[in-house]
Design a protein around this ligand. Structure first.
Ligand code: CDP
Ligand code: CDP
Length: 230
């Protein structure tokens, strides 16, 4: 496509953001950036160094020097924290339970936003998270706020746990609701639909349907900009 744009996809946990964003990026030959993985990586490093997660100063000093990078890999995206591969370590329940506390830290957010803006500077990025359309890329040419009912989001995550889940569906729904509340109520860059974002409710809709919708919105936006420039 003649004109490369940036696409921001925000929304609550389990809405389908990362699944959909990855597929949209691959159809458009864009780069996918999973910003949640970056906050998870910071959380993992903080925990493995035994930091007090409610001590904002020690989180700040960790964040200021920390380099988180994302690389394309065979089975998806590889996450590096100061060069060390942490991909397989950041989806644990322990990290998931603590990530909203770490991501509320001002210094952590400012460091991650800086890295994310750098990744999007050349355009042609599909970035998913909580504050991409509102803070990280306020000028993104397409912004989507992706949601689904709380029950459906919990069920989707429950299905991923396989045969012998360590939690019940109700517990999982409670954990997701708590994280969404912390993400929405924090002071800095809370989870919120940007004024110019398009709301897509994926409840009862397939992954392919949502991907097609966003790809076509992206192509339309790119063509409109190309036409304006010619
Ligand atoms: O995939 P899931 O919805 O479980 O979460 P994620 O996208 O991996 O994000 C994990 C956590 O990182 C969120 O609950 C937020 O606390 C934080 N996050 C954020 O604060 N800002 C972003 N742009 C992305 C994630
Ligand atoms: O990144 P986010 O937390 O928003 O959600 P995800 O991890 O991409 O998606 C959660 C689960 O929902 C995945 O297992 C997807 O396959 C599934 N999903 C779905 O069943 N229907 C959709 N329309 C979108 C995602």
């Amino acid at each position: 496509y003649p004109h490369r744009i940036n696409i921001a996809i925000d929304g609550p946990a389990g809405a389908g953001k990362s699944t959909v964003a990855r597929l949209v990026a691959s159809e458009l030959h864009y780069v996918y950036v999973d910003t949640g993985a970056m906050y998870r990586a910071v959380t993992f490093v903080a925990q493995s160094r035994g930091l007090q997660l409610n001590d904002s100063d020690s989180l700040a000093s960790l964040a200021s020097g920390l380099d988180i990078s994302l690389l394309p890999g065979e089975g998806g995206q590889i996450v590096l924290a100061d060069g060390k591969d942490v991909t397989g370590l950041i989806r644990s329940r322990e990290v998931t339970a603590a990530v909203s506390l770490v991501s509320a830290n001002a210094a952590v957010r400012s460091r991650m936003s800086e890295l994310q803006r750098r990744m999007a500077a050349a355009k042609g990025v599909v970035m998913d998270g909580r504050d991409i359309g509102t803070h990280v890329l306020p000028d993104a040419e397409l912004k989507v706020f992706l949601t689904a009912s709380p029950r459906e989001r919990a069920s989707r995550r429950f299905l991923e746990l396989g045969d012998k889940p360590a939690v019940t569906l109700d517990q999982l729904e409670g954990e997701i609701a708590l994280r969404d509340r912390m993400d929405s109520e924090r002071e800095i860059a809370p989870l919120r639909q940007a004024a110019d974002a398009l709301l897509i409710d994926s409840t009862g809709r397939s992954i392919a349907e949502i991907v097609d919708e966003i790809v076509s919105l992206g192509r339309t936006a790119a063509q409109a900009i190309a036409a304006r420039e010619n």
